[in-house]
Design a protein around this ligand. Structure first.
Ligand SMILES: O=C(CO)COP(=O)(O)O
Length: 261
């Protein structure tokens, strides 16, 4: 008898602040065309989500959502509404069709001074508004894999505290973001396996997914051979052909992750 169907591989893209508006929409059209025809997507083996800049969320949803590509915001306010100049709250994000909200990215921590209290409050805001947090965790400086795993699990534990709900836990070692190469496959596998084990011990986070980000690109999923449940892409998704190449890898059974909760 065949075993249970493997969980889909989750591929997320954050466009950060790289693209202009029309560039974002043109890129979105090319991703929509991939999603419409690529067998990894049409078969359900891969799921895609895209996090553009705030002003592009509505038109990009119109382009991508018909092909099953989910949209999300790169940030979310800790509060839901009120006198918070410049912030965007969860109810509005939900209203315009967002499914995800990214929290805790290393750039927001380093450049905008966001600490654990703010990251945990943003995670709570996403969950209470029915958005899946894409919660970024990962060590700041390069460490050996076992040490990185222990520190990253402790970070996830601290941030998720008393919260309940499915999350996307994005392991993004800060030293591997914006680098020429991702962390080594052994490093990624050790940390992501530890995060998976920790999540499995917390039924309140059933349905969560562990993905890797930090200079991820074509070839990495194959090297990881099922040790992660997806990738969180930055620069290497700017060329849609790279997204297509990663989707090609997902078609290969060798890269299909073991079934996860
Ligand atoms: O931070 C990232 C995704 O959120 C990764 O960015 P890069 O792939 O450009 O390093």
């Amino acid at each position: 008898m065949p075993g249970p169907a493997p969980s889909p591989v989750l591929l997320g893209v954050s466009l950060k602040m790289y693209f202009g508006h029309h560039q974002t929409l043109n890129w979105s059209r090319r991703i929509a065309a991939l999603a419409e025809h690529h067998p990894a997507v049409t078969s359900g083996a891969a799921r895609l989500f895209v996090l553009p800049a705030f002003p592009a969320l509505v038109p990009a949803t119109g382009i991508l959502a018909p092909y099953g590509v989910a949209l999300g915001a790169q940030d979310i306010a800790t509060e839901d509404s009120g006198p918070y100049t410049g912030e965007v709250g969860g109810p509005l994000l939900r209203e315009i069709g967002c499914r995800y909200a990214e929290v805790g990215h290393a750039e927001r921590r380093r450049l905008y001074g966001e600490g654990d209290t703010v990251v945990a409050a943003k995670t709570a805001a996403a969950l209470r508004n029915g958005l899946t947090p894409v919660l970024c965790v990962g060590e700041r400086d390069e460490a050996d894999p076992a040490d990185a795993a222990a520190r990253t699990v402790a970070e996830a534990e601290r941030l998720l505290g008393g919260l309940e709900g499915a999350v996307v836990l994005a392991y993004e070692p800060q030293w591997a973001i914006g680098a020429p190469e991702p962390a080594s496959a052994d490093h990624i596998a050790t940390v992501c396996t530890a995060l998976r084990g920790w999540l499995d011990s917390r039924p309140r986070h059933a349905g969560s997914t562990v993905i890797y980000g930090g200079s991820a690109g074509p070839g990495l999923l194959t090297r990881l051979a099922g040790a992660v449940e997806g990738l969180f892409l930055g620069r290497f998704a700017h060329d849609p052909a790279n997204v297509g190449a990663i989707l090609d890898e997902i078609r290969s059974p060798a890269t299909t992750p073991a079934a996860v909760a």
